[in-house]
Design a protein. Structure first.
Length: 255
């Protein structure tokens, strides 16, 4: 019998997703192992964002969304859990474009801790510093914590959003094209951080950058036209793919 640590943190079986009458994902099945980076690659409109939004329950906000199949989180049906807000603390999300909250740099990071019930100023300050240090942003912002984050570069804003997501100590953190707006230097910072995060959480990383997926992930899946064509260890996907379409995509001949 599997122990909790051996059990996959996420198990998806025969997942089908529709937006209105258009089917976006078709019978997708895979497992996400704990404290690894699992990447999903594929061209635009292959279904990557629909998949990760389903895992984060963000599709709940889409009126025409419907799905069939099974999504298990720690062995329990994700969509049977009533409080999606609680789920989004346990399964966090970082988007392509940094989403800043109103208020200061400090308040942006502290928000996550506050919704987890931390109210003492000293504790909030500790959480803010801890997570800004973890993202490598502390030295750059410690003197401007009470100023608004709009003055930061796009890369710094993205690191701030990651710090805010980490402040609630998520079990899973999803990145949906997180480097799409970043320059190469900022991209390296995010990629390096993603690898470091597996010390404490599980990472899901959606990208249409093939080489990036190869650099950051332990396992990878190739999505094409709503189908999960192939899923397995990253080395296998990139060096010994079993499906011709995967081989064509990772070599740049498809998509």
């Amino acid at each position: 019998m599997e122990t909790a640590k051996e059990q996959p943190i996420l198990s998806i079986c025969n997942l089908n997703i529709w937006y209105d009458d258009k089917q976006i994902l078709k019978s997708v099945s895979f497992e996400v192992q704990r404290q690894q980076v699992t990447a999903f690659i594929g061209p635009t409109n292959s279904g990557k964002s629909a998949l990760v939004r389903c895992i984060n329950r963000l599709n709940d906000f889409t009126p025409d969304f419907k799905f069939t199949g099974s999504v298990l989180f720690n062995g329990s049906p994700l969509y049977a859990m009533q409080d999606a807000t609680v789920i989004r603390k346990r399964i966090g999300m970082v988007f392509r474009k940094p989403i800043l909250f109103r208020g200061s740099i400090h308040e942006n990071v502290a928000y996550g801790a506050q919704i987890s019930g931390i109210s003492r100023v000293s504790e909030l300050n500790a959480v803010v510093e801890k997570n800004l240090r973890r993202t490598g942003l502390w030295d750059e912002v410690e003197d401007i914590l009470n100023e608004t984050p709009e003055q930061l570069s796009t890369g710094q804003q993205q690191l701030l959003c990651i710090a805010r997501a980490l402040a609630v100590e998520p079990e899973v953190l999803i990145f949906d094209e997180p480097c799409g707006e970043l320059d190469p230097i900022e991209t390296v910072k995010v990629e390096t951080l993603v690898r470091e995060l597996t010390d404490t959480c599980t990472v899901i990383f959606a990208t249409n950058k093939r080489r990036q997926a190869g650099r950051v992930s332990d396992a990878a899946g190739f999505l094409y036209d709503g189908e999960l064509i192939e899923f397995g260890a990253t080395d296998m996907i990139f060096t010994n793919p079993q499906d011709e379409r995967t081989e064509q995509y990772v070599t740049g001949r498809l998509g």
